[in-house]
Design a protein around this ligand. Structure first.
Ligand code: SAH
Length: 358
């Protein structure tokens, strides 16, 4: 049994079953044994790969979309921030592209919102030359115009699961059975935040909620509405809750979410509609990642980069383009949502929309 599994068993024995949110938080961010605390999951023998690690084109195009948005809003001095920057690759590629825009990097102070000391060290190796400032949460950023990107950050935030039962909801929790961690259900009870869903939700339906994600979206939206800026949120998910999407991945394979606490990545689909509704600023339509990247010209960029490549490197480059954009790969599972101030042009690659009017 891992050290973290022992801690979880003792906690459950003493206090009873815990919510999935509590389980996720301990597994991912326990200060000594947490998954992100102890490792670089994106490294050479890591557990999963993300879009910026697949190709430099991803970060470059995001950098240029943010750059156009910054120009559109009058080129202010600003905070350039990333939530959960991983290995620092996206920010590195984005700022290299922004370097082509006169005055942009000079106007920027980079902030990295990162919980993991291991990944902070890795980010320092890649981005140290730009003197970024690390913070624990969005609330620690200065009050200033803010251009921000978050790729696969929201899917790591802790979710709770509720099953529609009787007049209320039974929460899916983590307890123990025969010495193993096991899922269980609480007695059904009313849940204030879900009361409006009771009439329209059939008995037995599973709903996921992520109040930390809504909290981050609310803070992000307040800053963008108040000071100007834009946010690009990229993740896997859709509008609405999609049933049970809680999953664990280790060594690029799905594994049981309870079998190896602290040793596997834990994520859930992002409910983009909940993010848009929580943010007190304008937001764009939800656009599939493939459409976003094609609109920004990834194919032209890919052709340009291909000119300098041959053999296996060229094949890998072509495969990377396909992986980022093709609907059967990351192209439609991953989506992009933008936040902008009311009335501001939307960042290139996205379309204006107001989901709240639907
Ligand atoms: N954006 C990167 C990494 C994605 S992995 C990429 O696309 O490659 C998730 C990232 O979010 C990691 O850097 C992880 O340490 C960070 N993270 C997860 N939960 C966090 C939290 N609550 N606060 C700050 N960072 C968090």
């Amino acid at each position: 049994m891992t050290a973290l599994a022992e801690i979880l068993h003792r906690r459950i024995a003493a206090e009873g079953p815990m919510s999935i949110a509590e389980y996720m938080t301990l597994c991912l961010l326990h200060p000594v044994h947490g998954y992100y605390t102890t490792r670089d999951p994106l490294g050479a023998d890591g557990d999963f790969t993300t879009a910026p690690e697949i190709s430099q084109m991803f970060g470059e195009l995001i950098g240029l979309s943010l750059a156009q948005s910054w120009i559109d809003q009058g080129r202010p001095d600003f905070v350039l921030a990333e939530l959960g920057p991983g290995r620092g690759t996206l920010m590195n590629d984005a700022t290299r592209a922004m370097g082509a825009v006169p005055g942009m990097l000079e106007a920027a102070q980079i902030y990295l919102v990162e919980a993991s000391p291991t990944l902070r060290a890795r980010q320092a190796e890649v981005l140290g030359g730009m003197s970024p400032i690390w913070v624990d949460s969005l609330a620690d950023l200065p009050e200033a115009p803010l251009w921000l990107v978050a790729n696969e950050f929201f899917d790591a935030l802790p979710i709770r699961q509720f099953l529609r039962a009787g007049e209320g909801w039974a929460e899916r929790v983590v307890g123990q059975s025969d010495g193993h961690l096991a899922f269980g259900l609480t007695e059904p009870a009313p849940v204030a935040a879900l009361a409006h869903l009771v009439p329209s939700t059939p008995e037995g339906t599973l709903i996921e909620t992520c109040s930390p994600a809504q909290g981050v979206a609310a803070e992000l939206g307040r800053r963008i509405a108040q000071h100007g800026g834009a946010a690009l949120i990229i993740d896997y998910g859709d509008n609405g809750s999609a049933g049970n999407t809680f999953q664990a991945v280790r060594a690029h394979e799905k594994v049981s979410a309870l079998a190896q606490p602290g040793q596997a990545d834990l994520t859930a689909h992002v409910d983009f509609c909940a993010l848009a509704q929580a943010a007190p600023c304008a937001h764009t339509a939800l656009v599939p990642q493939g459409v976003f990247l094609e609109t920004l010209g990834i194919t032209q960029r890919a052709r340009r980069l291909a000119q300098g490549l041959a053999g296996p490197a060229l094949e890998a480059h072509i495969a990377a383009h396909r992986r980022l954009t093709h609907p059967s790969e990351m192209g439609s599972l991953f989506k992009v949502l933008g936040f902008v101030p009311e009335g501001a042009p939307v960042p290139p690659g996205l379309l204006a929309a107001d989901l709240r009017e639907r």
